[in-house]
Design a protein around this ligand. Sequence first.
Ligand code: NAI
Length: 250
Amino acid sequence: MSMEIDFTGKVVIVTGATRGIGKNIAENLSVLGATLLLTGTDKNQIKAMNKRLRCDSRTKYFYLDLLNDKSIREFLSDIKSYDKIDVCINNAGINRINYIYNISTKDWDEVIRVNLRGPFILSKEVANIMKKNRYGRIVNIASIFSVITREKRAVYTAAKAGLVGLTKTTAIDLAPYNILVNSVSPGFITTDLTKNILGKREMTRLKSSIPLGRLGAPEDVAGIVLFLSSDMNSYITGQNIIVDGGYVNI
Ligand code: NAI
């Protein structure tokens, strides 16, 4: 077993890597030597980011909108030009909060498409590549709302609980091929997503109900994601690891 985390020579996909948790995971992977295929939803931003990278850079940004099947097809065809994919981190996610009696079918469909159907399609595609190499790591970013819930979280909880279910079966299906599949479930992490959904007042209130006394930062999540994506993880598969400062236990 490897006793250090090293991604030299590994080809790693991170979806939704332009900000928040995904961006932090990607930055750490880059420092650890990974060849990175990163995705975002803003075409101009992707263009600008690729321009800023040197030609010999190990990192490339791709446009991927999980609400747009054409962009999914294009991304899947782009990744086929790499000889292998070692790691896939399904991080892209959205949230729409509303009471069950008010959720629109459009919001339901969009959250399920991005948070559940997207990881399914990517997992299926990379599984076929990883199987050939008999090596792989898939990490799905779920949420504490996969195991607990609160008001107005019906669609988010349904999608994230679904993602945890998908993780478990995928882990079993791919175990014979040395592909380890896990999910990581963050609690309250300070990113654009949380700021938009919760607002400042609710974030201050929440702090007092988190045993570690603070909201999480993206780097609090990145550590376990890097571990599960690396060769240091040789025997954990099909698990959902909660990273929440102790919140779900009280
Ligand atoms: P964020 O809003 O800061 O970033 C989300 C990323 O997903 C962005 O890079 C964006 O480009 C991408 N994305 C958004 N819509 C997309 C679409 N239609 N197709 C493809 N990509 C799309 O969010 P954050 O907080 O960094 O969240 C990352 C993941 O962590 C999400 O899956 C989220 O559900 C999960 N999470 C976040 C928590 C938090 O407190 N921030 C808590 C628990 C889970």
